[in-house]
Design a protein around this ligand. Structure first.
Ligand code: RB5
Length: 142
């Protein structure tokens, strides 16, 4: 799958691990920054990834910041984006199954590589269930 990933400085280190995980698991990942631990503004990277996913250039996205909250709020401003904060593997599968989320957001300061790896496994294994969720997801768009 073609995946765009991005983070601010707080998510930088874990983003590198996510990038490696994605490639090890056969995905075509593009790292859209940031590229160091120098302080940056998370909306800039969230927008980059979200706009690329919304344009259809990537099938899904991964975003990280300290809490995952800033990047999810920012990404969800882009029409067509459903960015979900995944605090554990169950959140990751439910975000796909019920919300048809197209960007997964991780709280880099409150998680670890193992949890993120398991969450990504669940994310990629899960599909949108449709049915009653279809109607609800359709109501999200303005
Ligand atoms: C950066 O210090 C921090 O505010 C940011 O990574 C994120 O947690 C914002 O939601």
């Amino acid at each position: 799958m073609k995946i765009a990933i991005g983070s601010d400085h707080a998510g930088y280190e874990l983003k590198r691990a996510v990038y490696a995980w994605l490639r090890e698991h056969g995905h075509e990942a593009e790292d859209m920054g940031t590229y160091s631990e120098d302080s940056v503004d998370y909306p800039d990277y969230a927008r980059k990834v979200a706009e690329a996913v919304a344009r259809g250039e990537y099938e899904q996205g991964v975003l990280l910041c300290g809490t995952g909250i800033g990047v999810s709020i920012s990404a969800n401003k882009i029409p067509g984006i459903r960015a979900a904060l995944a605090c554990n593997p169950e959140f990751a599968s439910l975000a796909r199954q019920h919300n048809n989320a197209n960007i997964i957001c991780f709280p880099a300061r409150f998680t670890d590589r193992e949890t993120v790896g398991k969450s990504l496994e669940k994310w990629f294994a899960a599909d949108f269930e449709g049915g009653r969720h279809e109607r609800r997801v359709a109501k999200i768009e303005p």
